[in-house]
Design a protein around this ligand. Sequence first.
Ligand code: ZN
Length: 244
Amino acid sequence: MNKLPVNYPRNICAYCGSRGKLSDDHIPPKNLFSKPRPSNLITVSACTKCHSTTSKDDEYFWINLCLRDDAGDHLSARANWNSVLRSLNRKEATGMRRSFLSDLWNIQLRTPAGLYTGNRLGYDVDLARIRKVVERIVRGFYFAEFCEPLGLNNVVKVILNEDLQNAPKDFLEELNQTILLPLASMDTKVIGDNIFIYRYHRFVKENPIFSVWGLSFYGHVPFLCFTGTDSVCVENMQKSDEID
Ligand SMILES: [Zn+2]
């Protein structure tokens, strides 16, 4: 349990495989961990191109995780609250603040019976941006665990809770039996005090590109991710119940 990867190559970019100028890239982004940061943070090498555009997305991702109802009780998420506010108040953060605050609005919370319970702050999350950060984390760990880049021609599909909210019951049951239960039996890898947890499973021996990942942040906020070629991803998901 919790054998984090260590012996992966450092001389190529974990995302695109190039050998240009490389620098360390934290997976998951280190801003998720409040200081003092845990000693077992993972870095992979990233080229300038794969590294450059990520910091604003990381910040958006982190702020959103900390604001989520299901993360609010985790000590580290709470400790991050002050940093969230500081971060939004920075002068340089004007663009970030504007885009984030534009997502915020006051919604009225009603109980199922329709009883008014007061105003609360709601926000519309930029899910594409969230997916982008999660995708990069999966690509990073794919490299760290399997010692080769997934490759930019292959895809990571990120499934959010929101995606499954309206899924039919029998689909969810199938997902549970064929994907989630086998995944839950795999080794749990933990970074920080349950701040980040992941598991992965390669279901199909003949197609090592196809893998399933479960990520969890702050003890809750879960993401289910698939790697594969664009078409194979869905196909294998449907077929995986035929495989031992
Ligand atoms: Zn790269």
